[in-house]
Design a protein around this ligand. Structure first.
Ligand code: MSP
Length: 517
């Protein structure tokens, strides 16, 4: 069944740190999907926010010498600011210290308890505050977590969740819904982990206090991951499961996460939901990690790249484009100034930008600043062929883009748009409208019309990725704001000959190569 609603989430970010390229990456990817779905006629809910409880945050607040609440109030603002800088189109921003969330997290706990899946015991084992994760002895490598994070020995009274009970149901889930975890490599990794055997999970702590208290036992606070994962339900209106909002948006369509937190989302989370008898999300997608000029990004190396810096230096849309075009989503990527400048110049300035620039300036000079008239030259096969690449002429025309977005193949969808622009650039060279101007002005009108119409389609398709530049391009083609959804890619919404056009302006400036130095 295809739903008319689409609910997409970013991980909620720990407020122990300022936003960096990694956070921007997840958020931009979700923003592209949210914008795509809206343009495709879906009712979208796009959620992001901050993960504000737990030992890691408590320690950071202590190190800053500020009470935890004041600390999280401040750092959470940095993530809101990141959203503004990246022009994220999120519909909600959740903070786990909000009353609505504490209520939801406790209601989820009660459902797990009512199902008989929680019992009191005591935990003795390893815990990593940096990862906020428990590790089995057998997982440690040289006395550290597999992530390289330090671990400490913890022994305390703790509530447990009967995770072991869900081993078979989880394997069944991965089997029957092979797309539940993407990409394939992560799916295999999760299956191997679950097949290895699941132990019951410690879900409360007593040795610190910054968190949601366990209903009925004030001594305990909920494990920060149980608390954090519940955010996805909170924002959908849980525990009001009969409410319209929940009915409309739960289950989530996609939880986007980084590869480091796939276990929490693809193992613990569906197990909690199964126990609580709530529907499971449709998909968890785990993306790769970025290194910076070949090195791991870290405060100690001093190479942390902030979203503010990128946007200021390269431009917002250029940054968004680079992040999603440079590496196949799901794999790891390396950020370098050189590759950023090359990508922007090759694809944006020299290809799409150049196509727009030459088309619009030829129209301004030779077609009286109006949409040209293609009818004068009659129907020409070369125009039909190019338009067929760009317009939605058949019911299934958009299906490959839809599939690329659903499977997070951003680089492929962008690649298809770039090829369309390349095809149009080759067509200009072949048709040579500057020659047609003298030899056959009607043919020139047809050529320029076809190019303008292809640019209209490119502009519409680019909106999810580069909202500002796409809108500039569509403004220059005098496409009204209400005529920019995917529906309008159909030929009946094509540009109308004779429509006056504004003065052309460059859209994608070249990045000077000294910036790359
Ligand atoms: N608070 C948890 C998530 C809870 S969701 C219920 C968390 N927060 S985080 O701030 O540490 O990380 C948020 C996201 O940023 C993760 O998906 C992580 O993979 C991503 N990234 C952090 N560094 C990254 C890179 N260097 N590259 C790409 N993404 C990275 O985990």
């Amino acid at each position: 069944m295809t739903r008319d609603s689409y609910y997409i989430t970013t991980p909620i970010y720990y407020v122990n740190d300022k936003p960096h390229l990694g956070h921007a990456y997840t958020s931009v990817a979700c923003d592209v999907i949210a914008r795509f779905m809206r343009l495709d006629g879906k009712k979208v809910k796009f959620l992001t926010g901050t993960d504000e409880h737990g030992q890691k945050v408590e320690k950071s607040a202590a190190a800053a010498g500020i009470p935890p609440q004041a600390f999280v109030d401040e750092v959470s603002q940095h993530f809101r600011h990141m959203g503004e800088v990246l022009e994220l189109s999120n519909d909600d921003f959740i903070r786990t210290t909000e009353a609505r969330h504490i209520r939801a997290a406790q209601a989820l706990w009660k459902r797990l308890e009512d199902a008989g899946d929680i019992y009191l015991g005591s935990y003795a084992g390893w815990y990593s505050v940096r990862d906020e994760a428990y590790y089995a002895e057998s997982e440690l490598i040289d006395g550290k977590a597999p992530t390289g994070a330090p671990v400490e020995w913890v022994e305390e009274e703790s509530y447990f969740f009967r995770l072991s009970k869900f081993q078979e149901p989880l394997l069944e889930l991965y089997r029957t819904q092979p797309d539940f975890i993407l990409p394939e490599s992560r799916r295999n990794e999760v299956i191997r982990f679950v097949e290895g055997g699941l132990k019951d999970l410690s879900i409360s702590r007593t040795t610190f206090s910054w968190g949601v208290t366990v209903p009925g036992n004030e001594k305990h606070i909920m494990y920060v991951w149980l608390d954090a994962l519940a955010n996805y339900l909170t924002a959908a209106g849980f525990p009001d499961i009969d409410g319209a909002h929940y009915q409309h948006f739960w289950p989530a369509s996609l939880h986007m996460v980084g590869k480091d937190i796939v276990r929490f989302h693809a193992v613990y989370w569906p197990a909690f939901l199964m126990s609580a008898k709530l529907s499971l999300p449709e998909r968890v997608f785990a993306h790769g990690w970025w290194t910076i000029e070949g090195e791991k990004m870290s405060k100690s190396l001093g190479n942390v790249v902030s979203p503010d810096h990128l946007v200021e230096k390269y431009g917002l849309d250029q940054t968004r484009y680079f992040l999603l075009r440079e590496v196949p989503f799901g794999g790891d990527g390396n950020f370098s100034r050189q590759s950023m400048a090359e990508r922007i110049n090759a694809d944006l300035a020299n290809n799409i930008g150049n196509l727009a620039q030459r088309t619009l300036s030829m129209i301004a000079k030779n077609a009286e600043e109006k949409v040209p008239d293609p009818m004068l030259a009659g129907k020409r096969p070369q125009d039909v062929a190019l338009l067929d690449l760009a317009q939605v002429t058949r019911a299934d025309s958009l299906d490959s883009a839809r599939d690329q977005i659903r499977r997070c193949k951003f680089h492929e969808m962008l690649g298809a748009i770039i090829s369309m622009a390349s095809a149009a650039n080759e067509y200009v060279d072949r048709e040579a409208p500057w020659k047609q101007r003298k030899e056959n002005p009607d043919a020139m009108q047809a050529t320029l019309y076809t190019l303008a119409e292809v640019l209209r389609c490119i502009g519409i398709m680019l909106q999810p990725f580069m909202p500002e530049s796409a809108s500039k391009l569509l403004d220059q083609l005098a496409v009204p704001a209400h005529a920019r959804s995917f529906e309008h890619l159909r030929p009946e919404h094509a540009l109308i000959p004779g429509t006056p056009l504004p003065k052309p302006q460059g859209i994608f400036p070249r990045i000077e190569t000294d910036l790359a130095a």
